[in-house]
Design a protein around this ligand. Structure first.
Ligand SMILES: [Zn+2]
Length: 260
């Protein structure tokens, strides 16, 4: 992005009160979370697409849980990157700031984000298949596979939206309301092609919000975005944050190290 365009974006953001960030696999990959797609997704001889389904779970819940146990083991030591950290800090900067994520790894929460919608669930939570109750399941490795509900003894399942399952309608409604009600929507580390999340930038744009895309490469969204910033979130967001702080608080020169 050229300097004039960056300056106009910074000026706009400095006056914005309602800002939303939609994040996807890219920001997690920067932290070292495997994408579990394609070659990365192979576990034993299985592909993610054949394990993350309600059919696979009803056929062999222990197998599906073993796979999640393995994935959880890979994610557990991974920490948030500076991109996650800036988004967490922006809850202080903007009057209303929310993160909508397609990621299930919990890194936004780890970074300190509280106003968070997890469209696809969270790998650290489990849901009772009988009662529907949701609980945290932090132990890695799991002491028992498959885990059972401590209240009723029924099978627990990962609190994750699987292939072929609809998103939680309440979560989706809130995501659309946030997108249609914000002044700026950041789209970060997602190719913006997976529905229904792909409709969120369109909803924001229709409502007059600026759409700011941060991705390594252009995506199908890029022609429609008001700003496209190429680069990893872990570098682009700290840079935007620094420029914002210099704009609103020119007394402080380089704010490096000041972001929470
Ligand atoms: Zn139960």
């Amino acid at each position: 992005m050229d300097d004039t365009k960056t300056a106009s974006l910074i000026e706009f953001l400095a006056g914005a009160r309602r800002v939303v960030a939609l994040t996807g696999a890219g920001i997690s990959a920067e932290s070292g979370v495997p994408t579990f797609r394609g070659k990365d997704g192979l576990w034993r001889q299985y592909r993610a697409e054949s394990l993350a389904t309600p059919e696979a779970f009803s056929r062999d819940p222990a197998l599906v849980w073993e796979w999640y146990d393995w994935r959880r083991g890979l994610i557990a030591p991974v920490g948030p990157n500076p991109g996650h950290e800036v988004l967490a800090a922006w809850e202080e900067r903007f009057e209303n700031f929310a993160v909508i994520t397609q990621n299930v790894d919990g890194l936004h929460r780890k970074a300190g984000t509280r106003n968070l919608l997890e469209l696809h669930g969270n790998i650290w939570r489990a849901r009772c298949t009988r009662e529907g109750t949701v609980r945290e399941l932090p132990a890695t490795p799991l002491p028992r596979v498959p885990p059972l509900c401590p209240d009723c003894g029924a099978l627990l399942r990962p609190d994750i939206i699987w292939f072929g399952e609809p998103l939680d309608p309440d979560v989706l409604d809130r995501a659309f309301a946030l997108s249609a009600g914000c002044q700026a929507l950041f789209v970060i580390g997602t190719s913006s092609v997976v529905q229904p999340a792909a409709s969120l930038p369109a909803a924001a744009a229709r409502a007059g919000a600026r759409v700011i895309e941060v991705n390594l490469e252009p995506t199908p969204l890029t022609p429609y975005a008001d700003h496209f910033i190429a680069g990893p979130a872990g570098r682009v967001l700290p840079s935007l944050d620094r420029q914002l702080r210099e704009w609103t608080d020119p007394g402080h020169s380089s704010g490096k190290g000041r972001s929470s």
